[in-house]
Design a protein around this ligand. Structure first.
Ligand SMILES: [Fe+2]
Length: 216
């Protein structure tokens, strides 16, 4: 199912301020520094309920008989401010579809057949260097979308930032409306991550680095 198009920043800010929320979005003309990671829509499949197991290993679900289907991907990165300093206390959440393109979500197509060996969602707090890491699966396409992993970063007292990570070399990247809705080429490139073989980390796995720069 295609997700909604890129959010209208002003409308989003207005609706969030009505809710009393703070949001971290790139400000036009902000001071020079690192390029802030572009925000992306949350999409329709953020969990409505969380699995019992929400740790940063999405390939293993506590109590499940089998591990997740798909190619294992080790994704890590840092949560930084525009000056390149780690953001202490940040909480990173990811969610994505299983190896068959199904989300663990009651309104997602075919969700009844979601891979019970895949956690679908995970979260962790960054360490003192702003580093997060997840063991998950390499994202796959589903109708209307190129492969992606959804991210939310919560900075206590400062707000919540939502984006998506894409995979370099995926042919559908050229046609994905949300990815190409990021008009600034540098900003668009910043959410496209090369995944390289990582047999030294885990046989058959791939790994990639996705740093997120918040407009702080
Ligand atoms: Fe999605």
């Amino acid at each position: 199912m295609p997700e909604r198009h890129a959010i209208d920043r002003r409308a989003l800010m207005a609706s969030l301020s009505a809710l009393g929320a703070t949001v971290l979005l790139p400000k036009p003309g902000a001071a020079a520094g690192l390029v802030p990671t572009p925000g992306q829509t949350e999409g329709p499949f953020y969990p409505t309920s969380f699995p019992a197991d929400v740790d940063n290993d999405l390939v293993l679900v506590r109590g499940a008989a089998t591990r997740a289907l798909g190619t294992v991907a080790h994704i890590h990165g840092r949560i930084l401010d525009r000056a390149g300093r780690p953001v202490p206390g940040a909480i990173v959440e990811i969610w994505q579809c299983d190896a068959q393109g199904r989300y663990r979500h009651p309104r997602a197509p075919d969700h009844e057949r979601f891979d019970g060996g895949f956690q679908g969602y995970g979260r962790m707090s960054v360490d003192s260097g702003g580093v997060y890491r997840f063991r998950t699966i390499k994202p796959v396409p589903y109708p209307g979308r190129t492969p992606h992993i959804h991210y939310a970063v919560i900075v206590p007292g400062a707000g919540r930032f939502v984006t998506q990570m894409y995979v370099e070399g995926e042919p559908l990247n050229e046609r994905d409306g949300l990815l190409n809705g990021i008009r600034d080429p540098r900003a668009r490139r910043s959410v496209i991550v090369p995944l390289a073989a990582a047999n030294d980390v885990e046989a058959g796995a791939v790994q990639g680095t996705f740093d997120i720069v918040l407009d702080l």
